[in-house]
Write a protein that binds this ligand. Structure first.
Ligand SMILES: Nc1ncnc2c1ncn2[C@@H]1O[C@H](COP(=O)(O)OP(=O)(O)O)[C@@H](O)[C@H]1O
Ligand SMILES: [Mg+2]
Length: 394
């Protein structure tokens, strides 16, 4: 989909019409396929590769068919979220962290946003799994908020300003457990409010969101997310809008509740401090791909990918005076025309001869540690290649 003038963002009227026609054809076809798939259970049931995982992202590709071309926001992303563990997903703004989690919830802006491949497996706990990519909406409605729930960055916008707190927490329980009586639902809500550390729970039940502080609002959002004891909690920048002292409290609370409910957490953040304190595993993303993944120990003590090494260097350390903070030179490539080689190459201080070739494979450098970089080609075992989808063939 290269425009005629390659190095500018100029698109001629003709090219623009071609893109519009192409997008319409492809998105229509994808939506139709989805509707057809919905009728056949075998199209969206599968089995986990490892039953100890709650979610397995397997070469996930989520593309946006926009007026300027196809944005490959997430392109061949693979990682697992083990049961009962916290996985931190880090990377700079725009690298595809949120789009990965929205793909799992099927909350993408459609029809322009489409997950075109390959599998997102969600463990149902009975030996089977759903492939979320093809799961029909009627089933997703039973999963969202019930088995997978989400905590967002801005607690004020996540809560509805015109309803009382109690009603908003009640609603989730009522929706997923229509058999429960009104009294039982309210009792459950009060229990949740107590669990998230709200002292005056009866009072708060009748309050409106604007009467609460930011930290309390985020506690309410956590109560809503946990009301149905989900097996996975997605926390997308949960503390970015809160001040530092409250951040620590909210993270502690999340961690404690996770253990109580035996849930897993996908913790999405650009803040390495948050990840270090809470995650068991870390996934580092860059420009829509995973560049490195491993245990928190692997990533923080033995960062292997030049991008991760740069991230670690640019983190200020308490008690250490620095003249100037390190910054990674250069910019993220244009998402519409992603090159076929390592996206980080042109910013990399350690690039080698091999980087001139195609995108590097995923290389296992220890039991838990996988990195996508040619520097490790001779030291580890190749475990896979991130797979892109050819949009022209759709
Ligand atoms: N609705 C959309 N339409 C087009 N592009 C989008 C849309 N939503 C996200 N993107 C693109 O997807 C990429 C990843 O975004 P996102 O996952 O939100 O980043 P982050 O890692 O900061 O959460 C960005 O380049 C963004 O421009
Ligand atoms: Mg985001």
């Amino acid at each position: 989909m290269a425009s005629e003038k390659n190095h500018s963002s100029y698109i001629s009227g003709r090219e623009s019409r071609r893109i519009t026609r192409f997008n319409r054809r492809v998105t229509r076809k994808l939506e139709k396929e989805r509707d057809d798939a919905n009728k056949d259970v075998s199209k969206y049931t599968t089995t986990m590769k490892d039953p100890k995982n709650v979610v397995e992202f397997d070469n996930v590709c989520t593309y946006f068919f926009t007026d300027v071309g196809v944005v490959k926001a997430v392109d061949g992303v693979s990682y697992d979220v083990p049961v009962g563990k916290t996985v931190g997903v880090v990377g700079e703004s725009g690298c595809g962290k949120s789009v990965t989690s929205l793909s799992l919830m099927q909350l993408l802006q459609r029809p322009s946003g489409q997950t075109v491949g390959e599998e997102i497996r969600f463990n149902l706990g009975d030996g089977t799994a759903y492939n979320i990519v093809n799961t029909p909406n009627s089933i997703m409605e039973k999963i969202r908020g019930n088995r997978i729930s989400m905590i967002f960055q801005e607690p004020m916008t996540a809560l509805n300003p015109v309803f009382r707190i109690g009603q908003q927490v009640d609603e989730v329980t009522q929706l997923h457990h229509p058999e429960m009586s009104k009294e039982d639902v309210k009792a459950r809500t009060l229990e949740m409010l107590e669990l998230v550390g709200i002292a005056n729970k009866e009072g708060v039940y009748d309050m409106y969101p604007h009467e609460l502080s930011g930290g309390m609002r985020q506690r309410i959002c956590i109560a809503i997310a946990l009301a149905c004891s989900p097996s996975l909690i997605i926390a997308d920048e949960p503390t970015t809008a809160l001040d530092v002292t409250i951040q620590a409290q909210i993270l502690d609370l999340l961690q404690n509740l996770k253990d109580k409910l035996n849930s897993s957490i996908m913790l999405i953040t650009h803040d390495l401090g948050v990840v270090a304190g809470m995650a068991d595993y870390v996934v580092v993303m860059y420009a829509g791909r995973v560049v490195e993944k491993g245990t928190t120990e692997d990533i923080f003590h033995h960062p292997a990918h030049p991008y991760t090494i740069g991230l670690m260097k640019s983190k200020p350390v308490v008690g250490k005076k620095v003249e100037e903070l390190y910054n990674i030179p250069g910019n993220v490539p244009n998402p519409v025309e992603m090159p076929n080689y390592c996206y980080f190459r042109d910013r990399c201080e350690m690039q080698c001869e091999r980087c001139r070739g195609d995108y590097p494979p995923e290389i296992r450098i220890s039991d838990t540690h996988i990195v996508t970089c040619y520097r490790y080609m001779d030291q580890g075992e190749i475990v896979g290649y991130p797979k892109s989808v050819d949009v022209e063939a759709l």
